[in-house]
Design a binder for this molecule. Structure first.
Ligand code: KDG
Ligand code: MG
Length: 421
């Protein structure tokens, strides 16, 4: 008599080795950094190491330092391989190291799922929900244009929308239509040195609350609205702003202060109950452990790429749950569809899922490069049931692209002082 359970034990007990790993850089208007790992049995897995504006660094780190150690390892040992590269680096953490480790980790979970014949969310603990809420970006150089943009996304079925608006006398605000790459979903500006944006805190603080008021007047309170301050305020300014916008019931206020100061949110918390989201620049739990323990924010914005892949994001997500913090993983236009897929599996599993930023809107070129059957409908993300991550890179398509130098804009105050982008 032959039992299925014995077959599975057999499958898991025979030796599997990593035979090769290749790194691809580039994409349609983006510098995606993708690793494709192959086992000696020909099972493949993909992972993402894209760092917007610093693309070649994780690619070099992977090729020169990590891949030589990876060959011959058992791809099913996701935890041990993660620890090997994290502890083994000696000079730990930082976005480049963590993105490179993260890419390998995603690819290994992809392989693990394929060997098990299960989608990754099943390996994480199974689905906690059928589909995951996402938010779109509405933007306008003035309030009327912003209201039109919100109407457009609502008509497309989005229930949650991030809003960014041009400020009079400060036309080049972060996330404002046409002014920076975050609003140009498909095309990155590959020309020249960093562009300069001018910032004026007082103009912003005076104008922005009125924008929320007009949105609530026009759309009521059912629509979930989010807003990204993009690290621009000092703690006292952010506390005053958060207190003032409380009546408009934001879903979240994002990055009100620079994320490197773990205690900056204290003052905001003392003055306002507005939900705070932070963490897209964090690359490990050590960047946010203290503020999580003190419950200083409500949504954690880490990404599978910058914060060390599925293994580390799962650890951060569990720790967040103990402190009433929900997930709101990063997903800007520069985000690779592979990282989005890894996050989608975490989102489907996480008991403390909150929302997902989603802007990797499929162009024909992007879909040809990263074939998958994950899909979006009515502002909800549906995760593919294919074994593994449910996404691949088409290696022939990948050969069409290469790295092109590109920078984020920089920000200065009106008198020329450098400020936070
Ligand atoms: O590379 C920087 C972008 O990812 C960032 O500006 C996007 O703040 C961002 C967001 O919330 O998507
Ligand atoms: Mg942001």
């Amino acid at each position: 008599m032959f039992y299925w359970s014995e077959t599975i034990v057999l499958l898991w007990s025979y030796a599997v080795k990593i035979a090769s790993a290749e790194v691809f850089v580039g994409g349609p208007g983006k510098n995606y950094v993708t690793i494709k790992i192959r086992t000696d049995e020909g099972v493949t897995g993909v992972g993402d190491a894209s760092i917007n504006g610093r693309g070649l660094l994780p690619a070099t780190y992977l090729k020169e330092y990590l891949i030589p150690c990876l060959i011959g390892m058992d791809p099913r040992k996701t935890e041990d391989i993660w620890q090997y590269f994290y502890r083994g680096a000696y000079f730990r953490r930082g976005p480049v190291t963590m993105a490179a480790i993260g890419a390998i980790d995603m690819a290994l979970w992809d392989i693990k799922g394929k060997i098990a014949g299960l989608p990754v969310y099943q390996l994480l603990g199974g689905p906690s929900r059928d589909a995951c809420l996402v938010y779109a970006h509405a933007t306008g150089s003035d309030v009327e244009a912003l209201l039109d943009s919100i109407t457009h996304y609502q008509a497309e079925g989005y229930k949650a929308i991030r809003i960014q608006c041009g400020i009079p006398g400060m036309p080049e605000g972060y996330g404002v239509a046409g002014d920076d790459e975050d609003t140009k979903h498909f095309i990155t500006d590959f020309t020249g040195l960093p562009k300069t944006e001018i910032w004026d805190t007082e103009k912003y603080l005076r104008f922005m609350p009125g924008v929320f008021e007009k949105i609530r007047e026009r759309f009521g309170f059912d629509l979930k609205i989010l807003h990204d301050v993009h690290h621009r305020l000092r703690p006292r300014e952010a506390a005053a702003f958060a207190k003032e916008v409380e009546p408009y019931r934001l879903f979240w206020l994002e990055d009100p202060t620079p994320a490197d100061d773990q205690s900056a949110l204290k003052l905001i918390r003392q003055h306002s109950t507005v939900p705070i989201a932070i963490g897209e620049v964090f690359n490990s739990i050590w960047d946010c452990k203290d503020m999580m323990e003190q419950e200083l924010f409500d949504f954690i914005r880490v990404s599978a790429t910058i914060a060390g892949g599925i293994t580390h994001l799962r650890r951060i997500t569990d720790f967040a749950d103990m402190h009433h913090i929900r997930t709101g993983f990063h997903g800007p236009p520069s985000h690779s569809p592979i990282s989005m897929a890894a996050q989608a599996h975490l989102n489907r599993w996480a008991p403390n899922f909150g929302i997902q930023e989603y802007l990797v809107l499929g162009t024909p070129e992007c879909d040809a490069l990263f074939p998958s059957d994950h899909h979006m409908k009515n502002g909800m993300f549906y995760v593919s049931d294919a074994p593994g991550l449910g996404i691949d890179i088409d290696e022939k398509e990948a050969k069409r692209y290469s790295h092109q130098a590109h920078y984020h804009p920089i920000v200065r105050l009106e008198d020329g002082t450098m400020w936070n982008y």
